[in-house]
Design a protein around this ligand. Sequence first.
Ligand SMILES: NC(=O)C1=CN([C@@H]2O[C@H](COP(=O)(O)OP(=O)(O)OC[C@H]3O[C@@H](n4cnc5c(N)ncnc54)[C@H](OP(=O)(O)O)[C@@H]3O)[C@@H](O)[C@H]2O)C=CC1
Ligand SMILES: N[C@@H](CC=O)C(=O)O
Ligand code: NA
Length: 818
Amino acid sequence: MKVLKFGGTSVGSVDSIKTVINILEENLAKGERFAVVFSAMGGVTNRLIEIGKMAASGNPDYIEFLKGVEERHFAIVRGLIPVKSQSSTFAAVRGLFNELEDILRGVSWIKELSERTLDLIMSFGERLSTMVITEILKSKGIAAEFCDARQIIHTNATYGMGDVNFEITNKQILEYFAKNAALQCVTGFIASTAEGVTTTLGRGGSDFTASILGAALDAEAIEIWTDVDGMMTADPRKVTNAFTIPSISYAEAMELSHFGAKVIYPPSLQPAFAKNITLKVLNTFNTDFEGTYVQKAANGKEYAITGISSIDEIALVNIQGSGMIGVAGISGRLFTALSNNAISVILISQASSEHSICFSIDPKNAQKASEVLEKEFATEISLGHIDSISIEKNLSIIAIVGEGMKKSTGVSGKLFSVLGKNGINVVATAQGSSELNISVVIAKSDLSKALNAIHGVFFQSETRSLNLFIVGVGLIGSTLIEQVRNQTQYLRTEKFLNLNIAGLSNTKKMLLDIDGIKPENWRDRVMDEGVKTNLPAFVQRMIELNLPNSVFVDCTSDKDIVQYYQILLDASISVVTPNKVANSGSYSEYVSLQRTALQRGVKFLYETNVGAGLPIINTIQGLMASGDKFLKIEAILSGTLSYIFNNFSSENRFVDVVKEAKAKGFTEPDPRDDLSGADVGRKILILAREVGVPLEPEEIKISQILPGNCLNAPTVDAFFKELEISNNYFAENQANAEANGEKLRYIATLENGKASIELKTVDSSHPFYNLSGSDNIISFTTERYKDRPLVIKGPGAGAEVTASGVFADIMSISSYLG
Ligand SMILES: NC(=O)C1=CN([C@@H]2O[C@H](COP(=O)(O)OP(=O)(O)OC[C@H]3O[C@@H](n4cnc5c(N)ncnc54)[C@H](OP(=O)(O)O)[C@@H]3O)[C@@H](O)[C@H]2O)C=CC1
Ligand SMILES: N[C@@H](CC=O)C(=O)O
Ligand code: NA
């Protein structure tokens, strides 16, 4: 024996009822014995309540509304019963509506709608839907019978939520089913008192009916047919990656439902749980879906938690004072006072210091709670033993739920860590010793971000998203987007990572789209949908969106953009950049960015500031963290100059080689930044700071290789013209070096706290002699690498290697966020 229950949406239209009939026919074909419970057609119960209230308030429009409800039922009869058999069902529907009209007329006369009368009015919803569907089944030759649950389920006279008398009810159900072998179509939600007065079963009513029947009949299973794919890991309207839970325990279902998982209302299923009956939550509109199984013990757990739920709006009450420490009875009085005033408490937390107790309640009870407590503790407050009672609003609760967290370590660590990394402040927290639920109270404005971040971190094998906001889509930015495009599939399938480009900007246009800008068509979209660039607005919007796992990627060389780093890091948004400006400004600014990132638990990454994708900054940071001391750094840090001095010869003109370097993407947007030594200056300055030498930009000694006319040219084009003129100047230097079998190298040195950059000639015995292409070479002499320095060498400029360095920084944030 099974019990099936179909909810309001399942019986809400001709098409959905057709599907329901198919499901029933399939069950019959299998020869299964079962009973079926129906809710009222979707929306009908609420409509009946509204109609009742209208009648009671003397609003005659209720008659029209009632006609509408009647018409919905007629439409089902017309749509699903053959014409020749329709008349008796029409008559039966009409009969019920006549009865209902009489009741409503009475309500409108006496202008009063008691709970008892309302129960009677509501009962028509289930009576109508169940009667009509029974007739449809009969018209198809199925031996179905209408069963008015009021005959078998008895409650006390608490209207709106009758208390079931299980002793009588169970007996009546057994007797009834022993006598009636046909398929029983049972009205959900309704019952009656022993005297035959109609009552209803309260929240989750039709599920309760199914559960009562299932338990009484010792059903092997109860199937709850809804309009969604079972119970989900989180509310899919709030968490984009929420997915169906295949198996869940009764206890977990209870915990999740308390926090608003609306698919089923487990407390109403208690009778079935008590008898260990398996519950299946199925989808009428997706019969291929296998369902969520709710059982005493859930089957094999893949994740540490089973689901996440939340209450959007709560108020947190805090009561504290030195007079509470070690005094017995305070919490007893506190909660008794609340209970006497029907204020339900959602979460309680008290630290072992006993100095304060905080608890959360529905905000609509906040004022009352404050008054009640001020009265209860008036004496303690007047004596200063208890400080005044504070109430904080605009808060939400998130609860992670799962039997898997029992006695398993790291679950709460993971929860608090992901909240911290996303800059979400935890206002209060509670975990019961059942270890089934950890609840946190956070700002309401962080709710969506927190839910998505927590979901991402606990359901790892489901794809997580990193939200990228890229400013600067020139050479490096566009190459990065191309690399993201090429890696999308790999990252999804191998790393379960979705890199979501949520914002793009150049100097002209910007576009933000939380659903993502595809790397395949970003240019067209920015062009077509982008608005005029407004960087403050871009940053402001990023902060307002408050998306989890947000990363700001600055691929410009703009000096002014740096002012936003601090704001972004403060808003717990990580920053990744190849732009050297921020780290080569004042030392105090450099320190401040580092500190803010550390304090906020976010990342500020800039590996490509020196040597493009070569692992230079990471190597230094690793050595510093492990206690090594830097004695000397000697390096060629300009890919551009390397390329130039490797290719410039008596056969190649200097200006042409510079143009080649620019075309190959090695130079800064303005190549004079390279040739003037400014770029190398910034890099050695950054290296100095990384190894703990707090230099300011003006302390770097740069020997100039560019003649003044080139340096001062007003534009890049004008600069190239001046370079043509000065060709001989470079040719001479080069010829002299060549004649001596030497090479020109622009070498940066940091030693004894001093940094300098000089154009030097090196012979073949020097380690920097053999360089090719755009190679950088960095030699670190440290306490540990004293006799033989640590050397890093390789291409230190160019679009691909730089973009991939930026990409690697982004990936390291994704690992950090877990
Ligand atoms: N090339 C290399 O090998 C390396 C480069 N880098 C660094 O990478 C960064 C980018 O270099 P690269 O790609 O060559 O430069 P590009 O000049 O090719 O691109 C810069 C981009 O930034 C945009 N931009 C500039 N200012 C703003 C602003 N205020 N708001 C919005 N967008 C802006 C530009 O917009 P628009 O197109 O409208 O002008 C352009 O899209 C530089 O900081 C450079 O130092 C670091 C290591 C190696
Ligand atoms: N223009 C720079 C690019 C890397 O920072 C260089 O040439 O090294
Ligand atoms: Na690097």
